[in-house]
Ligand binder design. Structure first.
Ligand code: COA
Length: 151
Protein backbone atom coordinates (compact mmCIF):
# COMPACT_ATOMS: atom_id res chain seq x y z
CA UNK A 1 0.00 0.00 0.00
CA UNK A 2 1.47 3.33 -1.05
CA UNK A 3 1.52 5.78 1.84
CA UNK A 4 2.45 9.42 2.20
CA UNK A 5 3.49 11.24 5.36
CA UNK A 6 3.01 15.00 5.34
CA UNK A 7 2.63 17.89 7.77
CA UNK A 8 -0.73 18.15 9.51
CA UNK A 9 -2.83 21.16 8.45
CA UNK A 10 -5.72 22.89 10.22
CA UNK A 11 -8.09 21.61 7.48
CA UNK A 12 -7.21 18.03 8.55
CA UNK A 13 -8.55 18.49 12.06
CA UNK A 14 -12.20 17.44 11.41
CA UNK A 15 -11.01 14.09 9.96
CA UNK A 16 -8.50 13.66 12.76
CA UNK A 17 -11.18 14.36 15.38
CA UNK A 18 -13.30 11.50 13.98
CA UNK A 19 -10.37 9.10 14.33
CA UNK A 20 -9.43 10.51 17.73
CA UNK A 21 -12.95 9.88 19.11
CA UNK A 22 -12.96 6.32 17.74
CA UNK A 23 -9.54 5.45 19.10
CA UNK A 24 -9.25 7.04 22.55
CA UNK A 25 -11.44 6.92 25.66
CA UNK A 26 -10.59 10.61 26.22
CA UNK A 27 -10.26 12.35 22.89
CA UNK A 28 -8.17 15.48 22.47
CA UNK A 29 -9.98 18.77 21.82
CA UNK A 30 -9.42 20.35 18.40
CA UNK A 31 -7.52 23.23 20.04
CA UNK A 32 -4.88 20.74 21.16
CA UNK A 33 -4.25 19.74 17.54
CA UNK A 34 -4.07 23.41 16.53
CA UNK A 35 -1.39 23.90 19.18
CA UNK A 36 0.54 20.88 17.91
CA UNK A 37 0.39 22.18 14.32
CA UNK A 38 1.75 25.51 15.52
CA UNK A 39 4.61 23.73 17.29
CA UNK A 40 5.49 22.23 13.88
CA UNK A 41 5.81 18.56 14.78
CA UNK A 42 2.47 17.17 13.68
CA UNK A 43 2.18 14.78 10.75
CA UNK A 44 -0.47 12.68 9.07
CA UNK A 45 -0.13 9.44 7.14
CA UNK A 46 -2.31 9.15 4.05
CA UNK A 47 -3.32 6.40 1.67
CA UNK A 48 -4.79 7.72 -1.58
CA UNK A 49 -5.25 11.18 -0.01
CA UNK A 50 -7.20 9.72 2.94
CA UNK A 51 -5.81 10.33 6.42
CA UNK A 52 -5.45 7.03 8.26
CA UNK A 53 -3.06 8.04 11.01
CA UNK A 54 -1.23 10.85 12.76
CA UNK A 55 1.59 11.61 15.15
CA UNK A 56 2.60 14.74 17.03
CA UNK A 57 4.80 16.01 19.79
CA UNK A 58 6.94 18.78 21.19
CA UNK A 59 10.64 19.44 20.85
CA UNK A 60 12.67 21.06 23.60
CA UNK A 61 16.33 21.54 22.66
CA UNK A 62 17.55 17.94 22.17
CA UNK A 63 14.51 16.22 23.68
CA UNK A 64 11.26 15.25 22.04
CA UNK A 65 8.00 14.27 23.72
CA UNK A 66 5.62 12.23 21.55
CA UNK A 67 2.18 13.43 22.66
CA UNK A 68 -0.14 11.53 20.35
CA UNK A 69 -0.09 8.73 17.80
CA UNK A 70 -2.98 6.81 16.29
CA UNK A 71 -3.83 4.63 13.32
CA UNK A 72 -7.40 4.03 12.07
CA UNK A 73 -8.74 0.62 13.16
CA UNK A 74 -8.97 -0.86 9.64
CA UNK A 75 -5.33 -0.03 8.99
CA UNK A 76 -3.77 -1.22 12.24
CA UNK A 77 -1.09 -3.89 12.47
CA UNK A 78 0.34 -3.06 9.05
CA UNK A 79 3.42 -1.22 10.30
CA UNK A 80 2.00 2.30 9.83
CA UNK A 81 2.57 3.46 13.42
CA UNK A 82 6.13 2.19 13.14
CA UNK A 83 6.49 4.19 9.89
CA UNK A 84 5.24 7.36 11.60
CA UNK A 85 7.59 6.96 14.59
CA UNK A 86 10.54 6.22 12.30
CA UNK A 87 9.70 9.21 10.11
CA UNK A 88 9.57 11.54 13.12
CA UNK A 89 12.73 10.14 14.64
CA UNK A 90 14.77 10.44 11.48
CA UNK A 91 13.59 14.04 11.04
CA UNK A 92 14.59 14.81 14.63
CA UNK A 93 17.93 13.03 14.39
CA UNK A 94 18.65 15.38 11.48
CA UNK A 95 17.96 18.23 13.92
CA UNK A 96 20.36 16.70 16.48
CA UNK A 97 17.53 15.67 18.80
CA UNK A 98 18.40 12.29 20.26
CA UNK A 99 16.18 11.78 23.32
CA UNK A 100 12.54 10.76 23.06
CA UNK A 101 9.89 10.49 25.76
CA UNK A 102 6.21 9.65 25.97
CA UNK A 103 3.45 8.66 28.35
CA UNK A 104 1.23 5.65 27.84
CA UNK A 105 -1.70 4.24 29.80
CA UNK A 106 -0.54 1.31 31.92
CA UNK A 107 -3.22 -0.90 30.33
CA UNK A 108 -2.40 0.01 26.71
CA UNK A 109 -0.52 -3.18 25.90
CA UNK A 110 -0.65 -2.65 22.14
CA UNK A 111 0.99 0.79 22.34
CA UNK A 112 3.53 -0.52 24.88
CA UNK A 113 4.46 -3.31 22.41
CA UNK A 114 4.90 -0.74 19.63
CA UNK A 115 7.19 1.43 21.76
CA UNK A 116 9.15 -1.56 23.04
CA UNK A 117 9.70 -2.58 19.43
CA UNK A 118 10.98 0.94 18.66
CA UNK A 119 13.54 0.65 21.50
CA UNK A 120 11.78 2.56 24.30
CA UNK A 121 12.09 1.44 27.90
CA UNK A 122 10.21 2.30 31.09
CA UNK A 123 11.76 5.21 33.00
CA UNK A 124 8.98 6.22 35.36
CA UNK A 125 5.37 6.23 36.44
CA UNK A 126 2.92 9.14 36.80
CA UNK A 127 0.17 8.23 39.24
CA UNK A 128 -3.41 8.86 38.05
CA UNK A 129 -2.14 10.85 35.09
CA UNK A 130 -5.11 9.88 32.92
CA UNK A 131 -8.85 10.30 33.50
CA UNK A 132 -11.98 8.58 32.12
CA UNK A 133 -10.93 6.07 33.27
CA UNK A 134 -8.42 7.13 35.93
CA UNK A 135 -5.16 5.39 35.28
CA UNK A 136 -1.42 5.68 35.85
CA UNK A 137 0.86 6.62 32.98
CA UNK A 138 4.06 4.77 32.30
CA UNK A 139 6.80 7.14 31.18
CA UNK A 140 8.93 5.64 28.44
CA UNK A 141 12.21 6.96 27.10
CA UNK A 142 14.67 6.29 24.34
CA UNK A 143 18.15 7.73 24.01
CA UNK A 144 19.40 7.02 20.49
CA UNK A 145 23.04 7.81 21.38
CA UNK A 146 23.03 5.38 24.35
CA UNK A 147 21.44 2.72 22.14
CA UNK A 148 24.09 3.21 19.45
CA UNK A 149 26.85 2.87 22.09
CA UNK A 150 25.27 -0.37 23.34
CA UNK A 151 25.31 -1.59 19.73
C1 COA B 1 -0.93 1.82 19.09
C2 COA B 1 -1.21 1.97 17.59
C3 COA B 1 -0.86 3.40 17.19
C4 COA B 1 -0.34 0.97 16.83
O1 COA B 1 -0.53 1.21 15.43
P1 COA B 1 -0.26 0.09 14.32
O2 COA B 1 -0.10 0.79 13.01
O3 COA B 1 -1.28 -0.96 14.41
O4 COA B 1 1.14 -0.49 14.80
P2 COA B 1 2.20 -1.22 13.84
O5 COA B 1 1.47 -2.04 12.84
O6 COA B 1 3.17 -0.21 13.34
O7 COA B 1 2.90 -2.21 14.86
C5 COA B 1 4.23 -2.03 15.30
C6 COA B 1 4.48 -3.05 16.39
O8 COA B 1 3.65 -2.77 17.51
C7 COA B 1 3.21 -4.02 18.09
N1 COA B 1 1.77 -4.16 17.89
C8 COA B 1 0.96 -3.36 17.17
N2 COA B 1 -0.32 -3.78 17.26
C9 COA B 1 -0.30 -4.87 18.05
C10 COA B 1 -1.32 -5.76 18.53
N3 COA B 1 -2.62 -5.59 18.21
N4 COA B 1 -0.94 -6.77 19.34
C11 COA B 1 0.34 -6.95 19.69
N5 COA B 1 1.37 -6.14 19.26
C12 COA B 1 1.03 -5.12 18.47
C13 COA B 1 3.94 -5.11 17.35
O9 COA B 1 5.18 -5.30 18.01
C14 COA B 1 4.14 -4.48 16.00
O10 COA B 1 5.20 -5.01 15.27
P3 COA B 1 4.96 -6.36 14.40
O11 COA B 1 3.67 -6.18 13.65
O12 COA B 1 6.17 -6.38 13.51
O13 COA B 1 4.91 -7.46 15.40
C15 COA B 1 -2.70 1.66 17.25
O14 COA B 1 -3.04 0.42 17.82
C16 COA B 1 -3.67 2.71 17.75
O15 COA B 1 -3.94 3.70 17.07
N6 COA B 1 -4.22 2.49 18.97
C17 COA B 1 -5.21 3.43 19.55
C18 COA B 1 -4.55 4.74 19.93
C19 COA B 1 -3.41 4.53 20.91
O16 COA B 1 -3.51 3.77 21.86
N7 COA B 1 -2.30 5.28 20.70
C20 COA B 1 -1.13 5.22 21.55
C21 COA B 1 -1.25 6.20 22.65
S1 COA B 1 0.15 6.16 23.73
Amino acid sequence: MKTKIREMKKEDIPTIMILEKELFSTAWEKEMFIEEIEKQYAFVLEIKDKIIGYICGWKFIDEFNITNIAIAKDFQRKGFAKDLVQFLMSKLLGEKCFRFFLEVRESNDVAKKLYEKMGFSVIGLRKKYYHSPDENAMVLGLNIIDNLKKG
